[in-house]
Ligand binder design. Structure first.
Ligand code: DAT
Ligand code: MG
Length: 151
């Protein structure tokens, strides 16, 4: 068990479809703490850096076009196992393989319109949080119910 930060994006499809509240609500209810939050339009440069690992993939161009097409909500979640808890709450990359009860399973039907991004591992999480947020945009605070969430 370790305290981690992870980057989440409500992608352009989630924003356009009015799912910001549902997506954030599900993540919030896990007990993870929101320590950064903003609505931004991703440009080509940021998209290229964010999706650098996919540069050579045939779907890269479409992915960048999609993620830059309309604003996203970027958030940083913090808590024990924040990365894996968020990935579990999101579901699988392809919504078709994502079970009911997961964000992608409940709200999406297409691989290229899968509503949400969440960092895949610790290295990616650190890189992605730094890419999207300045240090002064992140808040450190405690909640009155923290002891009812984490032992
Ligand atoms: P994830 O978003 O679950 O971390 P990923 O990092 O492998 O998945 O891919 C990033 C995004 O790219 C993914 O959310 C949707 C899109 N994508 C992945 N594989 C794809 C494919 N074969 N065809 C089209 N889009 C794809
Ligand atoms: Mg990924």
């Amino acid at each position: 068990m370790s305290n981690e930060k992870t980057l989440v994006l409500v992608k352009p499809d989630g924003v356009q479809r009015g799912l910001i509240g549902d997506v954030i609500g599900r993540l919030e209810k896990t007990g993870l703490k929101i320590v950064g939050l903003k609505l931004i339009k991703i440009n080509d440069e940021l998209a290229g850096k964010h999706y650098a690992e996919h540069k050579e993939k045939p779907f890269f161009e479409g992915l960048v076009k999609f993620i830059t097409s309309s604003p996203v909500v970027a958030l940083v979640l913090e808590g024990n196992n924040a990365i894996s808890v968020t990935r579990k709450t999101m579901g699988s990359t392809n919504p078709v393989d994502s079970p009911p009860g997961t964000i992608r399973g409940d709200f999406a039907i297409d691989l290229g319109r899968n509503i949400i991004h969440g960092s895949a591992n610790e290295t990616d999480a650190k890189r992605e949080v730094d890419l999207f947020f300045d240090e002064n945009e992140l808040s450190q605070y405690s909640r009155s119910n923290d002891e009812w969430i984490t032992e």
